[in-house]
Ligand binder design. Structure first.
Ligand code: ANZ
Length: 715
């Protein structure tokens, strides 16, 4: 039955997107997946199936919905997997994308596959390279000899965002600091804009806070301390947020080289040098300390054990004195210090000494230096290398055919850059590409739409979501697009955990595979089960308790859809129906799928008592975005022509939102003596009148009326 409807959708182009179609545009986007593992896992299903329900709902509400799907297909995981299994990343990726696409179709996703993309194809990475060149020409892509994070297991440089607790986020190897000539994107130029923009975003608050902290704006002062002796004009500059503590400085600490350690032990050594405190002329010893970060501020601090806890610990350990003096007013310290703003954010290191990525489109000419590849020569194709093992240098350097080229300016023999781009560059702009995925002449146009709703995991808070915002702001400044925030509204789905509450992982053998459920129950049941069994934004441990309830529920819907009907709806049914419609609409708008399903269950209960054709149709229409295959079938059973997705979503009849009449309890001295039916908007005195028979011969001293529930007479 599922296959029947997928075939119908394919043959009738039901899911086709028409950019000029009727209705207000609604771009609903789920973060695309990495085809590194062989297939979609339950987490993908949990991301994609409920958000597809949201997209289908919006479509039935009259929006012109665009919900594309593609693959984030370059990157380390695919390459590492190929190395481990002695295969190639291009073959694996191709194979995995086929499997995933099959699964995404089975899930019933309303995707128009004519608009798909895979970042590893030349048609796509041509434009990733184009973006690099644009940044280069704007002075925002540059090369520098800088301390970088080196993962010796992955044999590559990592961005700061990819180092978690001092270790590689992929393989958990402790990262070393190395000085290397590297490509960077100057994201720090956008630090202030990135910070400003956060306030107006409709994002989970936690994610906004994380981004704000990651950017880490800090206002303070830089103060110069001249070195003692030799008559050198040299000074040592520190960054401090407490310039007022200048009189209490007892040492200076600079970052030490032995800094690759994960733990902060407050180890240090005296350098033998001294500087002068510009405020009071005191001679201050200069230490090296491992709690000083080399790449924050100036990499040097003024030690104030009296007012700073870290400094106090260090001073205690090395017996450095503590000074307690009156603090300075701004007018006083401003003579010695310059107010400065520091950001924790660093430039984005984008070069990778690995194979499976978009080649950086730069040519080194002995005369002209680093020259960008002209746009007309893009893409710089990634050759299919036999040997792409990482050895510390870029694998592409082993391919003379790739390396040797001519300078685009003078034609002299030159060499290509052999590093490839971080995959986060590919994903920083992909949302712009989808609407133009069929076009090979442009990456996108100025008409590119903003994403109305973006859905994906919270783990991307400081990486993908920050990079995409940066690139969007850049392209906006280049006047290539009309908006400066890519994802004004964002939803994070929760995580589906293993039964024991830990993360599902193949190595622990505690994963549950969606395919098993799709094969056994059909994908609609899995969809509805995921929506009902977990709160979308929270997820939780795997628990199949409600799987039976869901199966039973769909069977009951089928039964009413194929049964006989009564002619007239009871007031009760009309009331439940109107309220269900209202709530389900709100819930599907707000990603509250579990409550939407519960409301449909309530409606079914009411329908089963007195099923009218209209009420059954309403239920089927309400459920259609959640159970796309089954509801097409039910819709047909009800005598309609498919597709149900061309129908408008039910709208509640406001008249029925309140009950015309309600039954209330009558109490005398707080004991129930009977029940009466009253108009639902009746006032207390009218209700009292209706109770005459209960009050015969009694004197009422007090009346308590709880609207539409009970009336209590104290006699
Ligand atoms: C003296 C002082 C006295 C400080 C005091 C704090 C409290 P933010 O920007 O908020 O993170 N600092 C500066 N550069 C550093 C580095 N590279 N590594 C480690 N610590 C560094 O904090 C800035 C404060 O952190 C600076 O102000 C400096 O210590 C320290 F009562 O200077 B303070």
């Amino acid at each position: 039955m599922h296959e029947k409807w997928r075939k119908f959708w394919r043959e009738n182009n039901t899911n086709a997107y028409d950019p000029k179609g009727k209705g207000k545009p609604y771009y609903c986007l789920e973060m695309f997946s990495y085809p590194s593992g062989a297939s979609l896992h339950m987490g993908h299903y949990f991301n994609f199936a409920p958000s597809d329900t949201h997209a289908r709902f919006k479509r039935m509400c009259g929006f012109n919905v665009f919900q594309p799907m593609g693959f984030d297909a370059f990157g380390l995981p695919a390459e590492n997997h190929a190395l481990k299994t002695d295969t190639t990343p291009w073959e694996n990726t191709e194979k995995n994308m086929k499997i995933m696409r099959r699964q995404l179709e089975e899930l019933g996703g309303m995707y128009d596959w004519d608009y798909t993309l895979a970042t590893c194809t030349p048609e796509y990475y041509k434009w990733t390279q184009w973006l690099f060149v644009k940044l280069f020409k704007a002075g925002l892509a540059y090369q520098a000899d800088a301390p970088v994070n080196w993962c010796d297991k992955c044999k590559t440089v990592l961005a700061n965002e990819q180092v978690v607790g001092g270790a590689c986020e992929r393989c958990d190897t402790v990262v070393e600091r190395r000085n290397m000539k590297q490509w960077f994107f100057k994201i720090t130029d956008y630090a202030e804009k990135l910070l400003d923009g956060i306030d107006k975003l409709d994002w989970p608050n936690k994610t906004k806070v994380m981004q704000r902290n990651w950017i880490g704006k800090s206002e303070g002062a830089s103060i110069e301390f001249p070195f003692v002796g030799e008559g050198t004009p040299q000074t040592l500059q520190v960054f401090t947020t407490r310039p007022d503590t200048l009189p209490c400085v007892t040492f200076i600490a600079v970052a030490s080289d032995a800094q690759s350690k994960r733990e902060d032990d407050k180890n240090g050594r005296f350098t033998g040098k001294y500087v002068i405190n510009p405020f009071n002329g005191e001679k201050i010893p200069v230490w090296e300390a491992d709690y000083i970060l080399a790449n924050y501020g100036t990499g040097a601090i003024m030690g104030v054990p009296k007012h700073d806890e870290r400094d106090a610990e260090f001073a205690a350990k090395y017996k450095i004195p503590v000074k307690d003096e009156p603090l300075l007013k701004p007018a006083q310290w401003k003579k010695f210090g310059k107010t400065t703003t520091n950001y924790r954010l660093h430039d984005w290191s984008v070069g990778r000494q690995r194979y499976w990525g978009a080649p950086i489109p730069i040519i080194y000419c002995p005369e002209h230096g680093a020259v960008p590849v002209p746009e007309t020569d893009l893409p710089v194709l990634l050759p299919k290398l036999k040997d792409f093992k990482p050895r510390g240098a870029a694998p592409l350097a082993n391919d003379p055919k790739f390396v040797n080229t001519k300078c685009p300016i003078c034609g002299k023999p030159s060499k290509r850059e052999c590093d490839t781009m971080d995959t986060f560059v590919c994903s920083s702009w992909y949302y712009l590409r989808y609407p133009f995925a069929k076009r090979n002449d442009v990456p996108f146009e100025k008409t590119a739409p903003v994403v109305n709703k973006y859905i994906g995991g919270a783990e991307h808070a400081c990486m993908h979501l920050l990079y995409a915002r940066f690139i969007t702001k850049f392209l906006h400044d280049q006047k290539l697009i009309t908006f400066d925030e890519p994802f004004p509204s964002l939803v994070h789905q929760g995580m589906i955990l293993a039964k024991d509450g830990t993360k599902m992982s193949k190595s622990k053998g505690n994963t549950v595979a969606p395919d098993d459920y799709v094969n056994k129950y059909g994908s609609d049941i899995l969809r509805l089960f995921l929506m009902f069994g977990f709160k979308y934004t929270e997820g939780g441990p795997w628990n199949e308790d409600t799987l039976k309830t869901i199966t039973k529920f769909t069977e009951r819907v089928e039964k009413v859809a194929s049964g006989s009907f009564v002619d007239k709806a009871t007031p009760d049914l009309l009331y439940v129906q109107a309220n269900s419609i209202k709530s389900v609409r709100e819930d599907l708008e707000n990603f509250s799928f579990n409550t939407a399903v519960a409301r449909c269950m309530e409606l079914l209960n009411a329908i089963e008592k007195t099923p009218t054709k209209e009420s059954v149709e309403t239920l089927v229409l309400l459920l259609a975005p959640m159970l796309p295959h089954l509801c097409e079938e039910f819709w047909e059973m009800l005598g309609h022509t498919p597709s149900i997705f061309n129908q408008p979503y039910p709208k509640e009849n406001e008249k029925h939102l309140t009950r015309a009449e309600v039954e209330i309890a009558v109490q005398i001295n707080s004991k129930i003596v009977g029940r009466i039916t009253i108009p639902s908007d009746a006032h207390e005195h009218a209700v009292t009148k209706l109770c005459a028979e209960f009050l015969a011969g009694k004197t009422v001293t007090k009346t308590v009326y709880i609207k539409n529930r009970l009336i209590n007479f104290i006699v």
